[in-house]
Design a protein around this ligand. Sequence first.
Ligand SMILES: [Zn+2]
Length: 243
Amino acid sequence: MIDEALDLFLGSSCIGCSTPGRMLCRVCRRDLPTGASLAWPTPTPPGLVPPWATASYDGAVRELVVGHKDRGQWSHRRVLGVLLAGAVRAAAAELDPEVPVLLVPVPSRRGAGRQRGYEPTAAIVRTAARVVRRDRRVGVADLLVSRGAIADQAGLGARQRGDNVRHSMHCPSPALARVRRRWPVAHLLVCDDVVTTGATAREAQRALEAVGLTPHAVAAVAATRRRRAPGRLGVDESLARGR
Ligand SMILES: [Zn+2]
C-alpha cells in the first residue's frame, strides 16, 4: 500500500507500457504469464537439473527484475514472487506432495538491494514460498553463500560465465546442520530470478551436491530467450545487454 501510494505521489508510470500511475498497471499485471515451462539454456551446462521459468526475460518482466535488483524498487517483490511461485509449482508438480519442498535462493551478487543489506533473490523466494504454502508444505533454506567478489557477468559469453562462477558458492556446515535438523526429508529446488546461461544455477547445484544434497530442479522468475540474428550466430542479445 505504502509503495503504491509513494509511486503515485512521485508520479511514476507503468514499467511495461509507460501509462502514468502505478509502476505496473492493471493491464500489464494481468498480462503476466502464470504457467511455467522448461527453459533449457543453449548450450546447457552439463548435468544441470531441469530449469523451470515462468516468464521470458524481456518487456515488463525484465524491468521488474532489474528495478527490484538494481534500482531498489523493492515493491516489485510481490509480483516477482508470484511469478517464481509458478515455476516452483511446475517444478514440484511431479514430486511426492507429502514431502516438503525446500527453496534454496541463489546468493545475490550485486545491485542496489545487496548494497543496503537487502537480498533481492532471497526476498522473492520468501514471497514465492508464502504463495505456494497454500497448496503444500514449503520452506526456504538459506544454504548457499557467495565466496566473495565475482566479476560482473554482463558482456560475458556462456563459457566465460561458467569460469567466472565456478566454485563461487559454498554451503556452510552450520547452515547445513540447521536445515537437516528442521527438514530431515525434503525436495530441494534451486531458486533464482533469471536463468541466462544456466552457469549460476549449475554452480548452486554443484555447491549443494558437494555437501551431499541433491537438488531436484531449478525454479526461476524468467529465462532469457535466445535470439540468433543473421551473422551473429550464437550471440545472445540479452547477454550483450547484461545479466
Ligand atoms: Zn502497463
